[in-house]
Ligand binder design. Sequence first.
Ligand SMILES: Nc1ncnc2c1ncn2[C@@H]1O[C@H](COP(=O)(O)OP(=O)(O)OP(=O)(O)O)[C@@H](O)[C@H]1O
Ligand SMILES: CC(C)(CO)[C@@H](O)C(=O)[O-]
Ligand code: BAL
Length: 363
Amino acid sequence: MATKLPQIRGIASLSIRRRLYGTAQTAPSPQIFRDVPPLRTYRRSLLLSKRTVGLVPTMGALHDGHLSLARLAAAENTDVFISVYINPTQFGLNEDLSSYPKTWEADLAALKNLDAELAATPGAGRISAVFAPTTKTMYPTLPPDSSLPGKGSFVTITPLANLLEGASRPVFFRGVATVCMKLFNICTPERVYFGQKDVQQTAVIRRLAKDFHVDTTVRIGPTQREESGLAMSSRNVYLGTRRREVARVLSQALRRAEAQYLAGKRTRGDILWPATAHADEVAAAQEELEPGARAKFEVDYISLADPETMEEVEVVDPARGAILSTAMKMLPLEEVAEGEQLGVGKDEIAVRLIDNIILEPAE
Ligand SMILES: Nc1ncnc2c1ncn2[C@@H]1O[C@H](COP(=O)(O)OP(=O)(O)OP(=O)(O)O)[C@@H](O)[C@H]1O
Ligand SMILES: CC(C)(CO)[C@@H](O)C(=O)[O-]
Ligand code: BAL
């Protein structure tokens, strides 16, 4: 087999590769790291050759939303690190940790494909490392604890982490902030990349970076959507055709509220009422249908919040703008129709979906 061109390019990088792999061996592309010390050695070699690292943290089950973040990272760094780790501490005891989709082979294939695309893109960085640690590596002292008292070492960001998503998922942001702090310490990236789809998570990460003086720049990539407007999400695999169709209600409701803001409305009531009315109408229309034809859902929240604190606002300050966001739970189908296309888990699993729109400052 022909020797692969090193993914670390240039004369300095070749010597680094020799140190890491010896002369006869070539590194696979991207390289997979399971442990911290080899990743650190690699990261240090990149630093010494003045290369830059953009880290994209993920929980795997990759889709185009993740890949868009990797592309953004490759446009701004010579090297992209992707972490793939389903972090137990961000799932509450009754949440979907055990059923969270795991598609390691497909994820790796997608990253290899993307890396090949980047290799042919002038000026683009490469996906040079995939960090897929074990839980023992990420939680070296005590096993991960998802209970609210939580034994172990945690990063907490309050009250931001207790609002909205945090109100429904009390340990969620403690787990996210903790695992991200670990990933940042391990990878020491120049830049970290997060998706706007999880908008409160971006606020938590920005706060973490600021308050703990983490030496990295937080970059946010836009939400990638299906043609229907549904935000891409790893959990969408649980939605068959019927629930997927109804799940458009999230983006539709938010668009209606956004239109109010763009038309000059600034008060909470004026902005939110069309979103709430739309969700109510769609819910009522589903209720009218037969169990074999409908997909019921519950609205958790439709929020209008400050972009930094995520606290609800009564009036949008046009100099700050605001975040419109919603969370809805698609309930399991009550009855399956003959020949119906079902999602993973036969549409028996309740799926919590989130979406948001940023209302940009208007002044
Ligand atoms: N549609 C999307 N567009 C842009 N970024 C996204 C999108 N979906 C997820 N991301 C981002 O990808 C990163 C990893 O997210 P994660 O692995 O949890 O995937 P996910 O699709 O958000 O999964 P979940 O179903 O758990 O919400 C996060 O920063 C997340 O915001
Ligand atoms: C940032 C993250 C990878 C931490 O586990 C997760 O919350 C996610 O995928 O958004
Ligand atoms: N995308 C955020 C990860 C989670 O929902 O657990």
